[in-house]
Unconditional design. Sequence first.
Length: 139
Amino acid sequence: MTTPPFGGGQFIADTSAHHRAGEARVRDSWIAAYEQGVLLTCLVVRFELLYSARNVDEFEETERNLADLRDIPITVSVQRAATAAMRELAARGEHRVKLSDLLVAAAAQEAGVGVLHCDGDYDLLATALAFESRWLLGT
C-alpha cells in the first residue's frame, strides 16, 4: 500500500505551495497529489497565481493547470467565517494576517478540507478556524 500524498486528505494548495511545487524534495508528491485529486484551489489562489504570470503564455499555462483542480468557492458564509476569525484574532491581538490567507482558510473550513502551504499565517488561522494547516515541506 502506498502512502497518500502529504499524509492523506484534500487540501487547498496555497500560492506558497504552488511556488515550491517544482522543488526536488516535493515534486513527486505534488504530481501524485495533483493526479489523485488531493489538490484543490479557490478564487484567491487562482488570482494570485495568475497575477504572478510573467506573460500571456505563462498566464494561459497556469489557467490550464488550475482547470483540473476542484474549485472551493468563496461564498458569503466563507466571508462571514473569515470576519469571525479576524474578530477572534483581534481579541487576542493577532489579527494581522494576510487577507488572502484568511479567505483561503475560511474556504477550507467550509469545505471540510485542509490548506497545504509554506506560510506561518495558516498555523495561526487554524487556532480560529476549523481546518488542517499542513506544511508542504514539513515544519
